[in-house]
Write a protein that binds this ligand. Sequence first.
Ligand code: FPP
Length: 240
Amino acid sequence: MSQVPHHIAIVMDGNGRWATRRFLPRVAGHRQGVESLRRCARACLERGVAVLTVFAFSSENWSRPAEEVSGLMELLALALAREVPRLHADGVRVHFVGEREGLSDKIRAGLAEAEAATAGNRRLTLNICFNYGGRWDIAQAAARLAERGEPITEVALDRAMALAHVPDPDLLIRTGGEQRISNFLLWQAAYSELYFSDCLWPDFDEAALDVALAAFAQRERRFGKTSEQLLSHNASHARA
Ligand code: FPP
């Protein structure tokens, strides 16, 4: 079995501190964060990761200073214009995950355009969570089922969730030294391996990714079973 995670999710934390340490405005850190994201997406492609999901703007980020919020919106517009063609050339399919209400018409059109332009790509799926929150996702999925009069079961909720097009993340990385989930994939991370790095996101390079992948390869994923059950399951599969 391959030890490379099929799906990696990342909380890209530490952009603000990266900028502050250089006496730069916080948005300069986010700008550098986009560079880091491009590098990371390429590295994932090269290592055979199929899905990368990143937290770019949380439902709670609206409460940041107005200047930082507008800086992040401008950065998204810039990334749509400049980064999406590069991602497309690399065979990356881009999905935007999150609430579209509250975003400008121009940005909403840009998101739809980027998704349509890259829909046929298969090398890597990049989910960019923007105006996203794990609680929002669970609530919107439940509301959709209620609207259709469908019973709220685990399977039905799973299918109504914003990331229903990909399997759950195998590895969830958070950079920037904090050890919490911060309302990221609350439902989907139920069995993800968690990996925390002190590296600030703009500094998270290929070597840092490889350290995270090596740590993942050492983990024993039990999904609620015992080690002994896993061993006998693996042995019977090896015989088959
Ligand atoms: C957390 O760092 C990071 C964010 C809130 C934004 C992450 C966004 C990017 C990496 C770039 C945006 C991407 C797109 C596609 C527009 P922080 O600001 O909380 O850092 P701090 O903890 O050091 O203050």
